[in-house]
Design a binder for this molecule. Structure first.
Ligand SMILES: C[S@@+](CC[C@H](N)C(=O)[O-])C[C@H]1O[C@@H](n2cnc3c(N)ncnc32)[C@H](O)[C@@H]1O
Length: 275
């Protein structure tokens, strides 16, 4: 990640590692501590923690996705990181004793299913957040990163909506409620769900980044994964997906082209709380 004077920090398509470093650098990790990463995915937060703490900490990554755990376990084996374990587990039902961890990291697992960040109302019992609090040691810290505004995905959604209307695949009222594939969260809501779980000394800040895509193809490739709702809206039809790409691009993202690359804003909320 680079930082230009008076401009936003720049990340590329490997942004997970940048955000994980920010999370770890802004948290208070305990040396030789026992650290859990909830929703470890590709393990970006564990890599950042291992780089920061070295070999004397105990790292555990859990994820509800079996494939992710399998791949990430192998990745860490290849990297030669030995002080790490992985388990398939749901954040709503953490199979650890109360007060087991010095630090808990939790990057981008999404709390939109528990709390409506638009209307500021609980949708569920806030179980994930409460589970994280339960297994944290007294005095321990939990650190969260989560999405605020993602311009690249919102642009993908707009292109999809326009395509669906132009091709008569959906009516205007049907696309009005078309969800996008990330839950946009807020500082205000995040404070509420953390307080509800029992956290104290809560610190929350938002950081805006610029993400750079070198080519339209690079942008599209990431959007096919990140804005996966496109695949659902087009019934996984590859011809239609290719048509959307060819029909809507490059003019659809031309206004984001600066200096030969495509630049979008991505905003991340970082939140920290103590037990
Ligand atoms: C967007 S990825 C982020 C990965 C990583 N934490 C990072 O910051 O780069 C989110 C991961 O959280 C996992 N996840 C989402 N909800 C979960 C839950 N309730 N329990 C466990 N894992 C969950 C997903 O399977 C996915 O691998």
């Amino acid at each position: 990640m680079t930082e230009k004077n008076n401009s936003l920090p720049i990340v590329n398509i490997d942004y997970w590692s940048d955000f994980a470093k920010e999370l770890v650098n802004s948290s208070t990790l305990k040396l030789n501590g026992k650290i859990l990463d909830v929703g470890t995915g590709g393990g970006a937060c564990l890599i950042a923690a291992a780089d920061y703490l070295g070999k004397n900490c105990q790292l555990i990554g859990i994820d509800k996705n079996e494939n992710r755990i399998f791949q990430t376990k192998n990745k860490f084996k290849d990297m030669g990181v030995e002080n790490v374990k992985f388990q398939i587990m749901d954040g709503n039902n953490l199979k650890f004793e109360n007060e087991s961890f010095d630090n808990i990291l939790c990057g981008f697992i999404g709390f939109g299913g528990d709390y409506d960040f638009e209307t500021n109302r609980f949708i569920s019992r806030n179980t994930k957040m409460k589970e994280i609090f339960r297994i944290l040691k007294i005095g321990g810290e939990a650190a969260f990163s989560t999405w605020a505004y993602q311009q690249d995905i919102e642009v993908a959604r707009d292109l999809l909506q326009k395509y669906l209307i132009d091709k008569n695949l959906k009516k205007r009222d049907e696309i009005a409620s078309l969800s996008i594939s990330y839950s946009k969260e807020t500082i205000k809501g995040f404070k509420v769900i953390m307080e509800d779980a029992g956290f104290s000394k809560i610190r929350i800040f938002l950081r805006d980044y610029q993400i750079i895509y070198k080519t339209i193809d690079e942008w599209w490739k990431v959007m096919e994964t990140a804005a996966w709702v496109m695949r659902y809206a087009l019934n996984h039809d590859h011809n239609k997906l290719n048509d959307l790409k060819n029909h809507s691009l490059p003019q659809g993202i031309e206004s984001f082209r600066k200096g030969g690359v495509y630049i979008f804003q991505k905003s991340v909320i970082f939140a920290f709380g103590l037990k």
